[in-house]
Ligand binder design. Sequence first.
Ligand code: PCA
Length: 324
Amino acid sequence: MRNILRPWIQASALTAALAAASVASAETWDMPTPYPDATFHTVNINEFAKDVAARSNGKLSITVHSAGSLFKHPEIKNAVRNGQVPMGEFFLSLLTNENPAFGIDSQPFLATNYEDAKRLWAAQKPVVDKLLDAQGLIALYAVPWPPQGLYTKREVNSLADLKGMKFRTNNAVLEKLAQKAGAAPTQIEVPDIPQAFATGRVEAMITSPSTGANSKAWDYLSHFYDTQAWVPKNIVVVNKRAFQRLDAATQQAVRDAAAAAEARGWEMSQKETAAKIAVLKENGITVHTPSKELMDGLKALGTEMITEWKASAGADGESILANY
Ligand code: PCA
């Protein structure tokens, strides 16, 4: 009897030991993001989190904290850098003040469609990787917003009509554009947009059909101009030390899930564009093709801005533009 039982006892002890080991090495990571749950980026990140759990056989779970609930948007990058959280998402061009290379995708009329945005990302990525690596960060993937359009309370037919308008911005590049147009820029995060319009802090913005529709723009403004001015990206980064502490198989699971999320995100973004413009229309926003005068005015500012960008972006900037 004893001899018959022994192999079974040994096997079950081994199973228990293995289970204990895998429980001991299972990890949960907090991941702050700036945008609300209904945003397609956040939907994609939730898929990414599920995918990481599946591909790592439960060794790594990611808890997503959306809409700036764990860290405010401007703090997310440094929170990951300092190791307060291992991973996070932010608007890449928010870092343009650190280095202009981060903001190339928000330069007006440089890359205005997905094909060009993809080429621009390929040219920009080596520089972004290098700059983030110097901060102990690894770029996992980046996904673009739909092409950016102009939302206003009043009709706008030329650049002159923007003069004096209180203008919501989301980075220093857009702030500069607003200043050049004679508007009055104010930095406002996405979750605060409805409140900022409702209280009269702002009366115009440039953002995607997604952000306009998700922020219920029809509650506080009436015009959308489909300017397709640039295609800016969000990026998901991980703290290098935290990543290197994962075993090799789990690192690979994260890399594979990131590659899948990047491909899925670009497709989601493309589908969003027409779908969210339709939502704007259904809810009573007048969707305009911008006048030639307005477009010419905006493009002229874009040309000035890219010249200034080149002057400030040094060798990294040159390499991005040469490869684009
Ligand atoms: N939505 C974000 C980034 C660009 C976009 O379409 C925002 O408005 O801040």
